[in-house]
Design a protein around this ligand. Structure first.
Ligand SMILES: Cc1cc2nc3c(=O)[nH]c(=O)nc-3n(C[C@H](O)[C@H](O)[C@H](O)COP(=O)(O)OP(=O)(O)OC[C@H]3O[C@@H](n4cnc5c(N)ncnc54)[C@H](O)[C@@H]3O)c2cc1C
Ligand code: SF4
Length: 313
């Protein structure tokens, strides 16, 4: 059964899984990883709007397409690292169809998880099959039982900008609160079944803020990043006064880099300081046998994001 509610109240009443662009959900249903009734969000009014706020921030509706977020002139101007992340992920087709809410709440892309033939830890089984099997594209900051990288690129960018998600029941959550610490074996995010995500609020840009996105990929199109980075810096003159540097593709949550951030803040955005900070990108990493190569990619990827943010690239 599929329902097409027109109001948020009707949508939130359930029962069933919410369907947004279905680029993730349809594949999981095809592989019998998900079943049961659906609540399609396509007709819910005003859920796909990008609304500038009085304080200079922006409210992005959950059903906003990833392409619309990437192409929005306000987002491009005020939070370029967010617009670049949206514009850089997946393919034009997926960006047109996929939504902000669905991107944040999609499931991991681990091949053991996606195959109906395997029952790994994430699906309630006893073991993480990737750990003893093929984990070439998995975590190099191994934080918890599931070794698959968190799938959402937008979560990486939204964490770097301290955005909050809004739920239909009135709660708002930071990205770390939405996603958790990666230790729950079967969970990729912490939303309860039936909770409806209505949008994301990005706070106003800080004067002097610069930001950029960089992804390291092994194929030009239609591929997940090996490593992705969002750098969000605040400069007063040449001095860096704030730094948020967040990685994707490396852990089962977006992963902040406090050592890099500390090395950036309090001095000029010189080429030497950016390079010295980027060298600390792999600090704290504990790769799996097949993912040590990501540690070699990290410093260059972080440096590229920092150079783009400060326009040194
Ligand atoms: C080749 C390829 C490459 C890709 N590369 C990337 C990449 O680099 N980075 C990246 O981030 N993604 C990537 N993706 C994944 C893609 O971005 C996601 O499939 C897409 O963003 C999901 O959005 P959707 O609207 O289609 O979600 P859906 O498939 O509709 O839903 C996903 C999940 O979210 C739930 N959901 C959706 N909306 C809501 C809501 N408002 N409230 C509560 N629950 C909700 C659904 O119930 C479902 O469980 C790639 C996909 C492919 C095929
Ligand atoms: S990495 Fe996660 S999804 Fe993949 S086999 Fe292990 S538990 Fe399952």
């Amino acid at each position: 059964m599929i329902r097409f509610p027109k109001t948020l109240e009707d949508a939130a009443a359930g029962p069933g899984a919410f369907r947004a662009g279905a680029t993730d959900l349809a594949e999981r249903r095809r592989h019998r990883l998900q079943s049961g009734p659906l609540v399609d969000l396509r007709d819910v009014q005003a859920l796909d709007e990008i609304v500038p706020l009085d304080d200079g921030g922006v409210q992005v509706g959950a059903m906003t397409s990833i392409a619309a977020l990437a192409e929005d002139p306000l987002v491009q101007q005020a939070w370029p690292g967010l617009a670049q992340t949206a514009g850089g992920l997946a393919t034009p087709q997926i960006r047109n169809r996929g939504t902000v809410g669905g991107n944040l709440l999609q499931e991991v892309r681990c091949w053991y998880y996606r195959s109906p033939r395997f029952v790994c830890l994430k699906k309630g089984g006893a073991h993480c099959l990737a750990r003893d099997g093929d984990h070439l594209f998995h975590s190099c900051f191994d934080q918890g039982p599931c070794a698959a990288p968190h799938p959402s690129s937008l979560a990486v960018a939204l964490q770097a900008f301290d955005a909050r998600v809004s739920l239909h029941d009135g709660r708002t959550l930071s990205i770390p609160e939405l996603i958790g610490d990666g230790r729950a074996p079967t969970r990729t995010h912490r939303l309860e079944e039936g909770a409806l995500l209505t949008g994301v609020t990005v706070p106003p840009p800080i004067p002097g803020a610069r930001s950029a996105y960089f992804r390291a990929i092994h194929r030009v199109r239609a591929e997940w990043p090996l490593v992705e980075v969002v750098a969000h810096l605040v400069l007063e003159g040449e001095q860096i006064t704030q730094a948020h540097v967040v990685l994707g593709g490396v852990a089962n949550t977006p992963r902040a880099l406090p050592a890099v951030e500390a090395a950036l803040v309090g001095g000029p955005a010189s080429a030497e300081r950016l390079a010295a900070a980027a060298k600390r990108a792999a600090e704290g990493a504990n790769p799996l046998p097949m993912t040590a190569y990501k540690l070699r990619i990290l410093p260059g990827a972080v440096l590229s994001a920092l150079e783009r943010a400060t326009e040194r690239a």
